[in-house]
Ligand binder design. Structure first.
Ligand code: UD1
Ligand code: UDP
Length: 387
């Protein structure tokens, strides 16, 4: 149903459950709350607990409804079932004009699916990223692809992501290239300037994060060994904020705890993480968001994965996809630590992910569509037929 924008704000339900969703939806939540055209109804699913809660206040996200679905060592099927059921209840009670989901998490997929079941149109932020390998990243590649079948608006961060969607048959008028909201947030946070870096020494500073499901187990153990070899050089300081996942901690703690040159810390709040990233020399990560942030701060990123849905940074020369083999990790890192020419080449490659105005573009498009005479439906061509 369309809403008369001159009299009533559009009720937009923002569904988020994990750390990166909070970071990447925060600019939308803040912009909606600051204006009069939208009423943001933020629902946190609690897919993450500590790692989500530590973000919300500092990012200016005002939560309306908080679910608490997280269980320790949760299985994907249980998590998905709980999310769809509980979000369905929330949607039936709230009846928002649209649901906004972000990225490729289980929360995002469940939010889109529950909205579809309730015949509420879905806006997908960070749409169209693809590795082309359905089980890598697992299960995120499938999640994001499925949301691409459900969404009414596809907000693609880059032209490449937009093209993936139109190649899959999504109508061009439903796809919008906006930049990534992560850059909006990073610029906002750095302007606040209140975070503090974890690095303590003048050694070469390496910031590491590891958490992906497809890397857990033996592969992650090998990555841990590569880090101890780098630390053994004696001229580096490695900082690793440990993901809360027990599957990550089971492997990395025995491998890295107490090792000289390696500092393990609890997950950092975003202000401190941004400050730590700004102070590092080199990033080693399997994270999606950090692949986008590092080039914005001129930090070379080595991506410890076999695929990436963010090839733009690799193509620009700001990141390298080096895989998960410990030898390759050590030699690629050492090349950058020891060769200033190679280092400068990567550090100066630039950021292909946006200009910090993605949220404004997304809201402008939604406002235009809700203000139009044509009712907003589940598809661009008209309302969903209930006949
Ligand atoms: C999820 C996303 C992944 C994203 C990552 C961000 C899915 C399928 N995966 O993966 O795309 O990159 O979040 O970090 O949605 N846990 C805690 N406390 C917390 C958070 C998690 O104890 O604050 C535990 C959970 O109980 C669970 C494990 O960590 O057992 C993994 O969490 P889960 O959300 O299932 O997957 P992630 O690996 O975090
Ligand atoms: N991040 C953070 N504190 C940390 C580690 C990461 O704030 O200790 C931020 C980081 O800046 C990025 C986001 O979390 O914006 C990435 O989250 P994560 O790696 O968990 O998920 P992904 O991006 O891989 O989905």
């Amino acid at each position: 149903m369309s809403t008369d924008a001159s009299t009533m704000p559009v009720r937009a339900m923002l569904v988020l459950g994990t750390r990166p969703e909070a970071i990447k939806l925060a600019p939308l939540a803040r912009a909606m709350a600051a204006g009069t055209q939208f009423e943001p109804v933020v629902v946190t699913t609690g897919q993450h607990r500590e790692m989500l809660h530590q973000m919300l206040g500092m990012l200016g996200i005002d939560v309306r409804i908080a679910l608490d679905v997280m269980r320790s060592r949760q299985r994907l099927s249980d998590l998905t079932a709980r999310l769809v059921r509980e979000l369905g209840e929330v949607l039936r009670a709230q009846r928002p004009d649209l649901v906004v989901v972000q990225g490729d998490t289980t929360t995002a997929l469940a939010g889109a699916l529950a909205a579809f079941y309730e015949k509420i149109p879905v806006a997908h932020v960070e749409a169209g990223l693809r590795t082309g390998v359905m089980d890598n990243p697992f299960p995120e590649e499938l999640n994001r692809t499925l949301i691409g079948r459900i969404a009414r608006w596809h907000f693609a961060p880059t032209a490449t992501a937009a093209r993936h969607l139109t190649d899959e048959g999504v109508a061009e008028e439903q796809v919008f290239t906006t930049g990534n909201t992560v850059i909006d947030n990073l610029l906002w946070v750095l302007a606040e300037g209140t975070g503090s870096s974890v690095f303590r020494t003048a050694a070469k500073r390496i910031l590491v994060t590891l958490h992906r499901r497809e890397n857990q187990g033996e592969r992650m153990r090998g990555m841990g060994r590569a880090l101890t070899r780098l630390a053994a050089r004696g001229d580096v300081e490695i900082v690793l904020p440990l993901h809360k996942s027990p599957a990550v901690r089971d492997v990395l703690l025995p491998e890295l705890e107490g090792h000289r040159g390696i500092t393990l810390v609890e997950p950092l709040g975003y202000l401190d993480f941004a400050a730590t990233l700004a102070e590092c020399d080199l990033v080693l990560t399997d994270s999606g968001g950090i692949q986008e942030e590092a080039p914005s701060l001129s930090k070379p990123a080595l991506v410890l994965r076999t695929t990436t849905e963010r090839p733009e940074a690799v193509e620009a020369g700001a990141a390298r996809l080096i895989g998960t083999d410990p030898e390759a990790i050590v030699s690629s890192a050492e090349q950058l630590l020891d060769d200033p020419v190679e280092y400068r080449k990567m550090a100066s490659a630039g950021n292909p992910f946006g200009d910090g105005r993605a949220a404004a573009r997304i809201l402008a498009q939604l406002a235009e569509d809700f203000a139009a005479d044509v009712p907003v439906g589940l598809t661009a061509s008209g309302p969903y037929s209930t006949a």
